[in-house]
Design a binder for this molecule. Sequence first.
Ligand code: AP5
Length: 219
Amino acid sequence: MNLILFGPPGAGKGTQAQYLIDRLKVPQISTGDILRENVKKGTETGRRAKQVMDRGELVPDEILNQMIENRIAEADCAGGYILDGYPRNLNQAGFLASLLKKRKKALDAVISLKVDDEELVSRLSGRRLCRTCGKSYHVKFQPPSSAGKCDSCGGELYTRDDDREETVKNRLKVYHSQTSAVLEFYRKSGVLHEIDGSQEIDSVREKIFQVLGTGKAEK
Ligand code: AP5
């Protein structure tokens, strides 16, 4: 299954992708994670991306398009994938369409998570990530059992650089001015499912499984 998880920063794309990986047995492709990995390793891409990401703006299309073309050509994507954070503007959506056509593939679904800005700010300001395994938490909505410590591996929890208030505001501005247009692009395609992402995490997960026809989630 080739799937796009779409939505503004903090809508829950990464959170829901974790459930979908287990359910659909396909990899998640998070462009944000790939960029952050490049920043960590100090690659040329990471060097170019870091300042742009810290400002909450979009990294140039040529970098992202090449990244996606290379990633979906990898063996683990042969049975499908979950795109998280791509496409983010009309140019990227057009590039993805041409890439799929070239590979004689189609999108099975675009799941759009709708959440209002006030809730997004509260989610992003409370998000914490594990420095060791990357697992995501929220201080209020999805807290770890022991404050500041990852439940899975015991690693230290930290706040992402771009979850600072000023950057969050700019990320939301960029979403409304450049990314939301992608929704209209997919509305015409017949594969778009719009879901209320402001519900509790488990309810959103159930709804996504329902629209994908993959049955009820295991408790
Ligand atoms: P990226 O890493 O993709 O960030 P994003 O799209 O802004 O998304 P987030 O990861 O912040 O949010 P999410 O929707 O995954 O929410 P999450 O599940 O974590 O991109 C970062 C940067 O990289 C961009 O700004 C840009 O510079 C660059 N970039 C990336 N892709 C690009 C592209 N294609 N083109 C150009 N540049 C690109 O949830 C958030 C919090 O809320 C968590 O704490 C979670 O526990 C909590 N939560 C989740 N769901 C719920 C719920 N239902 N109820 C309560 N709390 C919830």
